[in-house]
Design a protein around this ligand. Structure first.
Ligand code: CDP
Length: 239
């Protein structure tokens, strides 16, 4: 498969057309950003760690009946995906209160959210990704009520599967963000699921194993990504 013209360059990934209809190549770059792009760096090999973990999660989710855009890896940082028509929603599932939900609401950091809480933000950097509600999502024409119901159902199923997989590796899934798109009429999981888009805490030590290490200068970001990628991907047994 040949990489063709650039379609879209985001903050950490670049998407290219290919010589195959309906297939795109996503390049996971080494750029890392936080706080709406206010903090920026390039960390060697970050892209390949995130690509590896994303590919592993997409494979595991597909085995468990979740439809994703993942096709295959071309090399450690280039992923072939099905082209989707992306829906500009950031679907966040939270099992434990951390991050913006603690800043914006009277939740105590670390308190359990049972059942998990779904928060949906509008993917629009110029507006700082404002939080939406069901009525706003439909009024803005972002998706239909039936699609929204499906998106929430898939998000909770992804959460259930990832919580189980990560727990087997001694990792607590605090929260994560996923994005969806349409392939024809089918809602598919797109984007990535990686250390950049999840909050992971070590079950024993409570240490952060994700982008919070970068956001809050908690330690060596790449050493953390390397260790956590190995812990996730080289898990001997999937649950
Ligand atoms: O990161 P921050 O505390 O500002 O946002 P959050 O709403 O607490 O983020 C919840 C989860 O979604 C975290 O795991 C973030 O890493 C992830 N997220 C993301 O991947 N991309 C965004 N634009 C916003 C959140």
């Amino acid at each position: 498969m040949k990489q063709k013209k650039l379609l879209y360059a985001g903050k950490a990934k670049t998407v290219y057309r290919t010589d195959t209809k309906g297939k795109l190549i996503v390049e996971f770059r080494d750029d890392i950003t936080a706080f709406d792009g206010g903090k920026k760096d390039v960390l060697k090999n970050k892209g390949s760690y995130n690509a590896e973990v994303s590919a592993f999660f997409f494979g595991y989710l597909a085995e468990n009946g979740v439809k994703t855009h993942f096709v295959k890896m071309l090399d450690p940082r280039h992923m072939v995906v099905h082209e989707l028509s992306m829906i500009p929603l950031e679907v966040i599932v939270r099992n434990i209160a951390a991050g913006s939900i603690v800043r914006n609401y009277p939740f105590k950091e670390g308190s359990k959210l049972n059942p998990p809480v779904i928060v949906i933000d509008y993917k629009d950097d110029s507006r700082h990704d404002p939080m939406l509600n069901d009525d706003l999502i439909v009024a803005l024409g972002l998706c239909t009520p039936a699609e929204l119901k499906k998106i929430k159902k898939i998000a909770l199923e992804v959460n259930r599967l990832l919580v189980k997989l990560l727990a087997a590796q001694g990792i607590t899934l605090v929260d994560f963000k996923i994005e969806f798109g349409r392939k024809g009429k089918t809602i598919c999981l797109g984007d990535e699921i990686s250390m950049d888009s999840m909050r992971l805490w070590d079950k024993k030590t409570g240490e952060s194993l994700d982008k919070d290490v970068y956001r809050f200068n908690k330690g060596d970001v790449m050493a953390t990504y390397n260790t956590v990628a190995a812990r996730i991907v080289h898990a001997k047994k999937r649950p």
